[in-house]
Design a protein around this ligand. Sequence first.
Ligand SMILES: *Cc1c(COP(=O)(O)O)cnc(C)c1O
Length: 387
Amino acid sequence: MSEQEHHLKAGFETRAIHAGYEPDPTTGAVIPPIYATSTYKQDGVGGLRGGYEYSRSANPTRTALEGALAAVEEGERAFTFSSGLAAEDTLVRATCRPGDHVVLPDDAYGGTFRLFDKVERAWGVEHTPAPVTDVDAVRAAIRPGQTRLVWLETPTNPLLNVGDIEALAAVAHEAGALLVVDNTFASPYLQQPLTLGADVVVHSTTKYVGGHSDVVGGALVVRDLDLAEKLTFHQNAIGAVPGPFDSFLTHRGLKTLGVRMDRHCDNAEAVVAFLAEHPGVVEVIYPGLPEHPGHAVASRQMKRYGGMVAFRVVGGEDKALAVCERAQVFTLAESLGGIESLIEHPGRMTHASVAGTALEVPADLVRLSVGIESIDDLLADLDRALG
Ligand SMILES: *Cc1c(COP(=O)(O)O)cnc(C)c1O
């Protein structure tokens, strides 16, 4: 067994740290260097060293990250992009043609919905929204012969709805479509959709994979080698790739994903327990709670329940806004998945664009991305913010 093959059979944290890279043969560098180069010397015309020709096509810093991502998702190949949305757009162009159709979560990430609604639709790719929690509704939304992708997010944002990956993979495959799972909220540490029958995993690596709120990026991971070949072509032909600095930061984040996620989950569980007892809170939404409608499915397909928590406050929208503004350790900001705790008001911030539609979120809802700070400080901050 080569060292790389050994890494691929190893445990999650070992793969996250070692897969995709061997210490550099010339210098012994333990960590992949930041290869700040656009082009590569050829040994005679077409004599490429290690296949490197031009950094849109491949760059060693990016190759190392892609190897590690494929290993942690238990895929064959991973492709990285300059953002999560760039990954999604490349996937659509590689798999859909004008006249094709996609089933989307009815509470899809806003940027994903906008991509399909405002961009892909203009190029002839239509979409139908369906709730991720309802397998029959997803089946009914499929247009036989026309639907190429069934798109799933689980858990969703901000209401943390849970979709059954295995069941939806079967529904997609019955119709000859691919199941795409946006695994951003769970991260590969908590959930590996390819092992449950999904065909493509999408990530905004901006969130938990990068994990430090210092880099924007995206990824696609697949098992099927024909699909991998199409993605190789489109990644290079479209060119929305991350640079070597971004690849380095994302890879650095990935190495500690396991320990970070366990702390995110520990802290989220403590926050949930605290909020559930707080008189200023109407309802806590977290898939780890037995009363959450997706709890049974989440327990089957996730290792733990993640770092995202939503709750509704007594006192309506004004109180929800005040809680967001009074918090001090929780930073008032959009995005999620970093080591620092964030708080936001979905109705006025991340989900303002769906106000007045079926996707409108409750006005008294607050969303937390629970970070890895000292738990006592997080609880004291929430207590103070709730007044
Ligand atoms: C942030 C996010 C995206 C988009 O990723 P970017 O890196 O911001 O382009 C897609 N899906 C989910 C679930 C996200 O949270």
